[in-house]
Design a protein around this ligand. Structure first.
Ligand SMILES: O=c1ccn([C@@H]2O[C@H](COP(=O)(O)OP(=O)(O)O[C@H]3O[C@H](CO)[C@@H](O)[C@H](O)[C@H]3O)[C@@H](O)[C@H]2O)c(=O)[nH]1
Length: 211
């Protein structure tokens, strides 16, 4: 899946298209305070359920930030070329709901529709997206918003392979309802963001009767 053979750290350019760090100042009870913040894009995420085969659809991908974090917390030297024999790429692979950043002037629903097609290969009309809820991610440093949708798909709507844009290396994986439930209770063995666990739990509570 992943074709990565060299990893190293460099300085953050001031004009990053993805993140902007800054310091916010304010007065609290007459005392000056400050908070260091990272401005990032809002995003959308979709719980996809294939009703032809009763499977939840997820994406697996290499996440550089997760990889770096695991290497660093395992005592690896992240300031020079990371030793890929000691820290294989697979430790940075996550399982997630299909998601995307809101970085163009399109509705969140339209961006979610595009991501479902791009990453998972299902062509669904926006009306089929049910808004589940929204939440704020990483409230200590970012506070950005993610809207979560739910979408049922069928095999006949699978018009492309998925896998993301040419810059992305994404694998589409399907879990049965029981496998997804088990994933929620696995403690440390799988990298996943909170939104993935939240999405599965919402699905189990709202779409599986007598769960
Ligand atoms: O430093 C960066 C950051 C992003 N990208 C590219 O930007 C695109 C972003 O991908 P997209 O699918 O739009 O978003 P995700 O990376 O999947 O992230 C979304 O989904 C995650 C899982 O829910 C959330 O944690 C994030 O906040 C949310 O933006 C991809 O092509 C990346 O390759 C870069 O090249 N460099």
């Amino acid at each position: 899946m992943v074709k990565i053979n060299k990893i190293w750290v460099g300085p953050m350019p001031a004009d990053s298209a993805y993140i902007k760090p800054f310091r916010l100042h304010y007065t609290q009870n007459g005392k000056e305070k400050s908070w260091d913040i990272v401005k990032v894009h809002d995003s959308v995420s979709t719980i996809i359920f294939n009703t032809t085969r009763n499977k939840l659809v997820f994406v697996k991908q290499f996440r550089p930030a997760v990889y770096h974090n695991i290497v660093r917390s395992s005592g690896g030297d992240v300031d020079r070329n990371i030793d890929l024999d000691k820290f294989p790429i697979t430790i940075g692979i996550t399982i997630e709901m299909c998601a995307g950043i809101v970085d163009k002037s399109k509705s969140s629903r339209e961006i979610a529709r595009e991501e479902i097609l791009e990453e998972c290969g299902y062509d669904v009309p926006t009306e089929r997206l049910e808004e589940v809820f929204s939440y704020r991610s990483d409230v200590g440093t970012q506070g950005c918003k993610q809207i979560m949708y739910y979408c049922e798909v069928t095999d006949s709507q699978k018009t492309a392979l998925g896998g993301g844009t040419e810059d992305e290396l994404i694998d589409v994986v399907e879990y049965s309802v029981d496998e997804a439930r088990e994933m929620v209770y696995q403690k440390h063995s799988i990298n996943r963001p909170p939104s993935c666990l939240l999405g599965i739990l919402w699905f189990l509570m709202n779409k599986i009767p007598n769960n």
